[in-house]
Design a protein around this ligand. Structure first.
Ligand SMILES: Nc1ncnc2c1ncn2[C@@H]1O[C@H](COP(=O)(O)OP(=O)(O)O)[C@@H](O)[C@H]1O
Ligand SMILES: [Mg+2]
Length: 203
């Protein structure tokens, strides 16, 4: 579904990733582990296509729908959106940007906001949220997408145990329904959910 061949990446000449070969398969969860700075976030950006590799290549199945939850979200604060508006974006798809959301879409928005306990924040602006609240909002938007591949960068670091479990149940459900999930994580319990693990080493 999503294949990386001999990927390399450098920031201004400093090597970050070298010779990474991996595949994300449908109906399967892949955990990406490794110490801080080992390149987990960079790898997810390359897989999503928001950054380009300096060596090797990423192959995506034609028409593949990719949902990315980035780790660093400060850029998003600049958008004049409320929480509910931000979550709803997950239901718009390319080519259908101007369609009206259906009753089913609105129910899905409400459901995920309740699950992630951000329903009371619906009318707040993004820049008025704490880091954890912002992470929940963006996680809701990512999980609401009807994607083939979900690339999630440490999605549950700011969540309490109960909410984390809800998210894990939802991910398990998506995998059963055929999705490829790639999850960068430091959490052993989360890593244990995955079918395979890709471990990056610093340097
Ligand atoms: N925008 C950037 N400019 C320069 N170096 C960066 C940038 N972003 C990340 N790096 C460096 O790339 C390396 C990998 O970072 P990252 O992919 O965020 O690792 P991880 O997610 O595993 O913590 C780190 O050494 C980090 O300092
Ligand atoms: Mg990271």
């Amino acid at each position: 579904m999503l294949i990386a061949d001999n990927l390399g990446f450098r920031y201004a000449g400093t090597p970050v990733l070298a010779d990474v070969t991996m595949r994300a398969e449908s109906a399967s969860m892949l955990a990406v582990t490794g110490p801080n700075g080992s390149g987990k976030s960079t790898l997810l950006h390359l897989l999503a296509g928001v950054a380009q590799p300096t060596a090797g290549r990423v192959r995506r199945a034609p028409g593949l729908r990719v949902a990315l939850l980035p780790q660093r979200t400060s850029d998003i604060d600049a958008l004049p959106l409320t929480v509910v508006e931000c979550v709803r974006i997950g239901r718009f798809t390319p080519g259908r940007l101007l369609r009206r959301l259906t009753r089913r879409d609105h129910a899905a928005v409400t459901g995920i906001m309740e699950l992630l306990e951000i329903a009371p924040l619906a009318r707040r602006r993004l820049h008025e949220l704490s880091g954890g609240q912002r992470q929940r909002t963006l996680l809701a938007q990512a999980l609401l997408q009807e994607a083939d591949a979900y690339l999630l960068d440490e999605p549950t670091t700011a969540l309490d145990t109960r909410t984390r479990r809800h998210v894990h149940d939802l991910l398990t459900y998506k995998v059963r329904a055929g999705a490829a999930v790639v999850i960068a994580s430091h959490d052993d319990e989360e890593v244990a959910l995955a079918d395979r693990t890709l471990h990056l080493t610093a340097g």
